[in-house]
Design a protein around this ligand. Structure first.
Ligand code: NAD
Length: 485
């Protein structure tokens, strides 16, 4: 696919096949993929049959990797280099399929490079433990050792549309680092980045049986991805309804579920208001507001709320949005027109319930403007549910207890941002916010691709992602013991 990206620039459709253990397969029945901004056909992907999915898992399970740690390190460093060397063309592809602007998709390619670099380094690390056994009166002269092994069966991975390349990188890199074999189904909305990444990994020297990409209609193939007998673990990133469906369907499979969020930025009365407004804007509109950790609620102390809102509107006005291919734009479209219409109707509903619209709520096709609302009642759907788009709803709070109560009032618990310099506030937020991460004076989405990341409550089961934690989830821990005088 990398060699065909010129066709994309000439406006010729990309007709792709699946990558099953390196073989190009499928394509008798296809799904059209269109550009959310222009509406033009970008290309087609195969609609897999259940038999093709079964073939992919069987082939994956039957392959046992003999790659050394150094082999895996080299393959992933090479993949990172190939991504970096082709960053501009790859970012064009992501922009075409997702409507995300060039600034966002260039950043995304850089993040995927980081993922492979971290995974390459981690594949060199042996984190086995040693336990001496002469620790108690009934101890023995032995030692117990731990080692991590790849799963016996394959891994099933399912990814969403909002980071078409980086979400896939976060699944496959830890799988390679641990010598596992993975079958991945990207969303049918943005499937090309995943197919491209498979080609890059094969080019970098990955044995093709270690990574397959299948595509299709989830109504036909999703259940096979969740129940196939040759598969031991499902790793899913996406929304809560499908995550909960998986939790019920993938019985006796290990499950790693990274689901939605409703992350707050909390701005206290002592905060640097200029800094807080800058963080709020970047957290709200980056990636067209479509990040699981985007700022989805702004909980602001009433003493400084007027000044904060003034700056928020001023900084929102400065956001340039429109043609995602224009390198000067800060925001492109959202994923499709139905999503944009959904934001419009949720914002209108909030206004009917007493919120004040200060900027935006303008829609043209899948293009939805950055939008600011003040005095948003905490119970309206715009903030009680996840709104996966570029909306900045301000909720005013009285004090820290009120801020924590509002923050914890939704079913979600992914990440959070806290703007204050008071240590008593900071320690209380870190202890009392029901979330997976608390970032002080940073956006909720801040992390390294290496560090543990993930949510609780409806945002996930508490298992973390990030390269290091994902590697642990993808392994069986075996112990062995030896006599030791
Ligand atoms: P989605 O849940 O609609 O779809 C995700 C994937 O599930 C797609 O590949 C889709 O084809 C597949 N799918 C559809 N039906 C299925 C079924 N019955 N069984 C199994 N898989 C099925 O999510 P989306 O709209 O693509 O992405 C947006 C959502 O993802 C948001 O809620 C966002 O917060 C969440 N997200 C979470 C994280 C995180 O790490 N916590 C990161 C990014 C996005």
């Amino acid at each position: 696919l990398l060699t065909q990206l010129g066709a994309l620039r000439r406006g010729e459709p990309l007709h792709q096949k699946m990558r099953i253990a390196g073989q190009l397969m499928g394509g008798e029945r296809v799904i059209d993929v269109t550009n959310p901004y222009t509406g033009a056909l970008i290309g087609t992907i195969p609609k897999a049959s259940v038999a093709e999915i079964q073939h992919a898992f069987r082939t994956a399970k039957n392959f046992k990797s003999t790659l050394t740690r150094y082999d895996r390190y080299k393959i992933m460093l090479r993949a990172s280099e190939l991504l970096r060397a082709n960053a501009d063309a790859i970012s064009d592809l992501i922009t075409a399929e997702s409507g995300l602007c060039k600034k966002d998709t260039l950043y995304e390619v850089g993040r995927a490079c980081d993922v492979f670099q971290f995974a390459a380094n981690q594949s060199l690390v042996d984190d086995g433990q040693v336990f001496s056994c002469d620790l108690t009166p009934h101890g023995k002269q032995r030692k117990v050792y731990t080692m991590r092994e790849p799963l016996l069966g394959a891994i099933s991975a399912i990814t969403p549309f909002n980071h078409p390349l980086n979400q896939v990188a976060h699944k496959v890199a830890p799988s390679i680092a641990t010598n596992n074999r993975m079958v991945l189904k990207p969303t049918e909305k943005t499937p090309f980045s995943a197919l491209l990444l498979a080609d890059i990994l094969y080019e970098a020297g990955l044995p093709p049986e270690m990574f397959s990409v299948v595509t299709g209609d989830p109504r036909e193939i999703a259940d096979e991805m969740l129940t196939n007998a040759d598969m031991d673990l499902v790793t899913f990133t996406g929304g809560v309804p499908i995550g909960k469906y998986i939790a019920g369907k993938a019985v006796y499979k290990r499950q790693v579920l990274e689901l939605g969020g409703n992350d707050p930025i909390i701005v206290m009365e002592d905060a640097d208001i200029e800094e807080a407004a800058t963080l709020a804007v970047s957290g709200s509109y980056k990636n067209s507001g479509q990040r699981c950790t985007a700022v989805k609620r702004m909980i602001v102390h009433e003493k400084i709320a007027d000044r904060f809102v003034e700056l928020l509107v001023e900084k929102t006005r400065a956001i340039k949005y429109g043609d995602p291919m224009n390198p000067d734009n800060d925001m492109g479209t959202v994923i499709d027109e139905p999503a944009a219409r959904g934001f419009e109707s949720k914002v209108n509903d909030a206004i009917e319930h007493g919120a004040k619209l200060l900027y935006g709520n303008v829609r043209k096709g899948a293009l939805y403007s950055p939008t600011v609302l003040d005095h948003v009642p905490e119970t309206c759907a715009l903030v009680a549910e996840e709104t996966f788009g570029p909306v900045s709803p301000v909720i005013r709070c009285k004090d820290i207890a009120d801020a924590i109560r509002i923050s914890n009032s939704t079913p979600y618990g992914l990440s959070s941002s806290v703007c204050t310099n008071r240590l008593d506030y900071i320690t209380r937020f870190v202890r009392e916010l029901e979330v997976g991460s608390v970032n002080v004076r940073e956006v909720p989405g801040y992390r390294l691709e290496l560090t543990p990341f993930g949510g609780i409550k409806d945002s996930g089961l508490g298992y973390k992602e990030g390269v290091q934690e994902a590697m642990k989830s993808f392994c069986n821990t075996k112990t062995y013991s030896l006599p030791w005088a």
